[in-house]
Design a protein around this ligand. Structure first.
Ligand SMILES: Nc1ncnc2c1ncn2[C@@H]1O[C@H](COP(=O)(O)OP(=O)(O)O)[C@@H](O)[C@H]1O
Ligand SMILES: [Mg+2]
Length: 156
């Protein structure tokens, strides 16, 4: 029988995240005020983005819990793929397409699995005001700015 890789639990201020490394399924349980609102919001964005494969595939949600696919480890000098710039541009293109105003950009929210970069944590994400078309574009510059220092420090 294959050895179980087990369940990893990560708890921050807003949610408890359980990663099942056998099934590659992630369960995020919000435990703050208005959790249902954040779950619905995150589910909405994961659904919109699922076909572009730039965020975790959406599986299900109910009450305060959302279920999605595992998308790997945070970007670091070691995990960052060579074509990171093209991948970040592609992610930004898709965010612009669905008018996604992603507000919570941090390196830990950019994950890498088998060389593919994806964005996580859409609980804070808003819809960009159509009158301000440039807003979703900001995320492109911000992603390139937070990731590029990893490369300069990278010693092969
Ligand atoms: N789909 C996922 N794949 C891999 N790791 C994830 C995934 N979702 C969450 N995580 C892990 O759980 C942590 C917390 O998830 P996140 O969605 O950022 O919750 P919070 O709202 O508490 O910040 C992330 O920093 C990451 O380590
Ligand atoms: Mg987070």
């Amino acid at each position: 029988m294959a050895r179980s890789k087990g369940i990893e639990v990560i708890q921050h201020n807003n949610a408890r995240v359980e990663i099942n490394h056998d099934t590659q399924i992630v369960t995020k349980h919000y435990f703050r005020k208005a959790s249902e609102f954040y779950v619905r919001r995150e589910a909405k964005w994961l659904r919109k983005l699922t076909r572009f494969d730039v965020a975790p595939k959406f599986i299900d949600y109910s009450g305060k819990t959302i279920v999605m696919k595992y998308v790997g480890k945070a970007v670091t000098p070691e995990t960052l793929p060579d074509d990171w710039e093209a991948q970040l541009n592609n992610i930004a293109d898709k965010l612009v397409k669905v008018k996604c105003f992603y507000l919570d950009l941090q390196l830990v929210h950019l994950r890498v699995l088998n060389g593919k970069i994806r964005l996580i944590d859409f609980g804070q994400t808003r819809t960009a005001n159509p009158a301000r078309k440039w807003i979703p574009e900001l995320i492109r510059e911000r992603m390139l700015n937070i990731v590029s220092p990893l490369v300069q420090n990278y010693i092969k």
